[in-house]
Design a binder for this molecule. Sequence first.
Ligand SMILES: [Zn+2]
Length: 254
Amino acid sequence: MPRTTKRTPSKVSTKPTPRKSRKSDEGVPLSQVIRRRIQAKKARFHANDNIAQFIEPGEIDGLIDEVASKLQGVLESLVIDTESDHNTRGTAYRVAKMYVNEVFTGRYTPQPSLTRFPNVSRLNELMIIGPIAVKSACSHHLCPIMGRVWIGVLPDKQTALIGLSKYARITEWIMCRPQIQEEAVVELANILEEKMKPTGLALVMEADHFCMQWRGVKDLNSKMVNSVMRGSFLKDANLRREFLALMDKQQGKQ
Ligand SMILES: [Zn+2]
């Protein structure tokens, strides 16, 4: 089952259901409590999965505290004197907050709402959106992946259109998770395809992988580019060419 078909409400309209097992949760780390809820539903919780529906209101702060205490242990194991070194005194908490609220926030927050509009003008011309800035992290090293993505949409009269800013919102939501680039573009394509039902969809992502630059081969110039083509983009070479040409043009404009 593609994970993108899972619906997470964009607005919390229902009252949070009190945890049934609250008593037995006493003393159990919050991450374990959340993990149990996920496992009870037999859901997946890989690094690039969204688990917002298993987190109750008010629990994010508790999760940050738990991550901070574990990161404090990491700093101690790295033999860093976080008591005397004023620069690292608050680092564990800062990094925990950065992980949960910023760079991996796409795991913990519900899908942004996507208002869809019927294609009343029956647009059927290729649209290109981008470049949209991409900030992600590789799930192998948790190193940043910084790049750009272009989205090509070929609508037909059945296609639901979304506002321009929503492409950036949904891209951010998908990208702010630890993952690998190949899976990230597929995830983004899946959700756009599901929401918009375009007759053709094309995505190209180009990114710098800091795990290639900061560590490993330390190659500062290597970029990874990959693409996903769906529907008419698969069948029609002219359409693909048009997309790539327009993409180059937009790139030149920058
Ligand atoms: Zn890596």
